[in-house]
Design a protein around this ligand. Structure first.
Ligand code: MN
Length: 354
């Protein structure tokens, strides 16, 4: 039992469910600390990890307070054990946003005549507000990424391929203490900069072009996310203007972030500014929450009506993308406090010319 599982079960019961089978890896980790494969079965008075031989010792180390029951690596093993645990109860909560149809069919078969409730988003809702430990881990992941970026600037230049830049940055993050990259690092240069999620390739950095780097570190599963765009030698007036526009839009959005602000208003602040100068060139959301997953809720989009609260971790990442010319994105990650926010990304934002 933990405070988190107690809270989870309270929410579960409020929704009219008797027990839950949590199978989304990030939610299992959040609720119990266990990072192996399997499932977590939760009901009042019962918090049980279901896993196979490969992870039973690990479960003891990571989640010693939880009971662990061993299953086999067959598809029916977890459903059959859930049938025993569930007994005469009626409504089982499952994560419909995560469980495969095949696994659901097996569960249905093992529990004839019972009802299934959807607990998609239940753990995720709890995860949206970070506690002190989580905030510290994310802040550390942010510092590691910034340190790696600072060191990267001393070792890149014209002639290097995007992939070499990506690999160098990933290695630097590992050296600085990251468990692994938080996601596939983006390094895109020249006209590839107009692809928000470009895949780094054999394109070589050239003088007069921008290089966008979107990357993050990870500490105990918690991720950071940041983007910086730098210039390889002096760049044209047009590219400089694009950069300055993105930066101003980002600063405007940061300026209105505080508890009580509505997510869609923050998005609008940056979007309307960019749209007056570069209509349609900023086509994705302004930001998202970060934690055990790189993209969590809430989000800064035109439709998200969530009100910001202390403990929310949000990215702020406007961009301008112009096919055939290139692009630019600048991204910080902030944590909301009682009165405002702390920016967890300290890397400079004036245009760096390498
Ligand atoms: Mn991001």
């Amino acid at each position: 039992m933990s405070k988190k599982t107690e809270q989870f079960i309270k929410l579960l019961v409020e929704r009219g469910m008797d027990a839950a089978l949590v199978t989304k890896p990030e939610n299992m980790r959040y609720l119990t600390g266990f990072t192996g494969e399997g499932a977590v079965y939760l009901s009042e008075g019962e918090n049980i990890i279901l896993t196979d031989f490969r992870y039973t010792e690990q479960a003891g180390r990571q989640a010693g307070k939880f009971k662990c029951l061993r299953v086999t690596q067959t598809d029916e093993s977890i459903p059959n054990l859930v049938r025993e645990l569930f007994g005469e109860r009626q409504v089982l909560g499952i994560e419909m946003n995560c469980m495969t149809v095949a696994d659901f069919r097996l569960l249905e078969h093992a529990l004839p005549g019972r009802d299934f409730g959807d607990i998609s988003g239940l753990s995720e809702g709890m995860r949206a507000i970070k506690d002190e430990r989580e905030a510290e881990l994310i802040a550390t992941a942010g510092r590691i990424a910034c340190e790696a970026f600072d060191r990267l600037l001393g070792c890149i230049g014209p002639g290097m391929t995007e992939r070499e830049v990506q690999r160098t940055l990933d290695n630097l993050m590992l050296e600085c203490g990251s468990e692994e990259p938080a996601f596939h690092t983006i390094a895109c240069s020249g006209i590839n900069g107009s692809l928000p999620h470009a895949i780094p390739g054999d394109y070589r950095l050239k003088k007069g072009e921008l290089l966008t780097l979107d990357f993050g570190a990870q500490v105990e599963g918690y991720k950071s996310d940041m983007t910086r765009t730098v210039a390889i030698g002096p760049v044209s007036k047009e590219l400089t203007r694009i950069y300055e526009t993105v930066l101003k839009a980002q600063l405007r959005a940061l300026d209105i972030i505080k508890p009580g602000a509505v997510c869609s208003d923050v998005d609008k602040e940056a979007r309307s500014f960019i749209d007056t100068l570069y209509p349609g060139a900023f086509g994705h959301g302004l930001g998202h929450s970060v934690g055990l997953e790189i993209h969590e809720k809430p989000v800064f989009t035109p439709r998200c009506d969530t009100v910001l609260q202390p403990g929310h971790v949000m990215t702020v990442e406007p961009g301008i993308y112009i096919p055939g010319l290139g692009g630019c994105r600048i991204e910080d990650m902030v944590i909301l406090t009682d009165s405002g926010y702390h920016n967890l990304i300290s890397a400079p934002k004036e245009l760096i010319i390498l």
